[in-house]
Ligand binder design. Structure first.
Ligand code: PMP
Length: 408
């Protein structure tokens, strides 16, 4: 294949990114794509560069990735149904496993309908772009996930953004829209950058003051451990009867890959014939839907795990706060705890120091982050032992002092 790069070509627009990366690597920083987990020993431990490393950036909230029943279900499905479906359900057909996975979701959420997409990204893309087309409005939080933004762009609806978690701004902006227009309000239960939770009852009350609104809540980071049944923040906050659609992912608490939407709307099933990101892509492999279905059913009875996850989250939050780190929330609101840094060099140094000491967290940077912050994002797991949380705190203390983020 041709490998000659002309001085100016389609790649020229990335020269800024390339220069920035080169400058960063020149300071001795490791390329994140070069960090390879050569072995994954458990939901909370992997081998990186030959060293045991605690995983604190997985979103594997409920630690289901190594659950023996989940793993066995995947192996059985591989044996019985093969490695893939090699196409879309519309053309190639539905496997038994897809149906069972949707049945598990319907039971988990207590809804009439459930539709499985190939990722959570595609679930948002499919739902938002198909529901809200030309002439409709999508009203979204300014800090919405990229898949929500991309769903808006794909659907050609008018996008209206309101200030992050501001009920007043949401109300004001809805009030300016034509009453007769159809509107989709998209909210998230937990916002993944700072780990803060939406005030859903107040938001729902604001939305219901205006005509022709439907509400979709993305519970990617809430499923599994918020609410009596683990359905998400909307369940915990008691607004189940007010929400039209819940979108979620299998890539976090469920512990595999995939996305879904559940709803009680009587016409919901028409989405299977209209949502392009559902129709024009291959369906999930049998092993994946089998692991997802088994995991979802087990999450219905995971009260103890949930309690331990909350304990871990509160302990880490308090420990980091007491050490003097600047955190994304006042108290632990979810299983995500973000350490806020304002200087890129310091953030990278801290992230690297954590890794050297055997702790892997996510580093998030602008434009994905609010307010131009650099975030060291920690996501806790129900399988982190109390001892591991203690180790995590010790590592943060050492890395924070050596990089000057907290006083020495
Ligand atoms: N919604 C939110 C809020 C997310 O954080 C993510 C993934 N980080 C997604 C959707 C997409 O999920 P998936 O990984 O299944 O594509």
């Amino acid at each position: 294949m041709r490998d000659a790069g002309a001085e100016t070509d389609l790649f020229s627009k990335f020269d800024g990114i390339l220069a920035e990366r080169a400058a960063l690597l020149a300071t001795g920083v490791r390329d994140p794509y070069a960090i390879v987990m050569s072995e994954v020993k458990s939901p909370t431990l992997a081998v990186i560069n030959g060293k045991d490393t605690i995983l604190l950036g997985t979103y594997n909230y409920m630690g289901m990735t190594f659950d023996p029943d989940v793993v066995q279900a995947g192996k059985d499905a591989l044996d019985e149904f093969g490695s893939g479906t090699t196409g879309s359900r519309v053309l190639n057909g539905t496997y038994q496993g897809h149906k069972e996975c949707e049945d598990a979701l319907k039971e988990f959420y207590g809804t009439r309908s459930a539709m499985v997409f190939s990722t959570g990204y595609q679930a948002n893309l499919g739902m938002i772009s198909t529901l809200a087309g030309k002439g409709d409005y999508v009203i979204i939080d300014a800090d919405s996930h990229a898949s929500i933004y991309d769903g808006c762009f794909l659907g050609n609806a008018e996008i209206v953004r309101f200030r992050h978690n501001s009920v007043e701004d949401l109300d004001k902006r809805l009030g300016r829209l034509p009453a007769e227009a159809q509107k989709l309000v998209v909210l998230e239960g937990v916002y993944s950058m700072l780990g803060d939770v939406a005030p859903l009852p107040d938001m729902v009350a604001a939305v219901r003051k205006h005509p022709n609104c439907m509400i979709l809540v993305d519970e990617a980071h809430g499923m599994g451990f918020f609410g009596k049944h683990g359905r998400g923040v909307y369940e915990e906050q008691g607004v189940e009867k007010e929400i039209d659609f819940v979108v979620g992912t299998f890539s976090k608490s469920v512990g595999t890959v995939g996305g879904f939407c559940v709803s009680d709307h009587p016409k919901f099933e028409v989405m299977r014939f209209a949502a392009r990101p559902y129709i024009f892509t291959a369906s999930l492999p049998p092993s994946v839907v089998a692991t997802a279905a088994t995991s979802i059913r087990k999450l219905m009875h995971a009260g103890e795990k949930r309690a331990h996850l909350w304990e871990n989250s509160r302990r880490l939050h308090k420990g980091l706060r007491d050490m003097g780190f600047n955190l994304g929330t006042e108290t632990a609101q979810s299983a995500i705890i973000s350490v806020i840094l304002t200087d890129q060099t310091q953030a990278v140094a801290m992230w690297q120091a954590l890794l050297e000491l055997g702790l892997y967290v996510n580093m998030a940077r602008p434009p994905a982050t609010p307010a131009g912050w650099f975030l060291l994002r920690c996501s806790l797991c129900a399988e982190h032992s109390s001892e591991q949380v203690g180790q995590i705190l010790d590592i943060f203390a050492a890395a924070g002092r050596s990089t000057g983020v907290i006083p020495g």
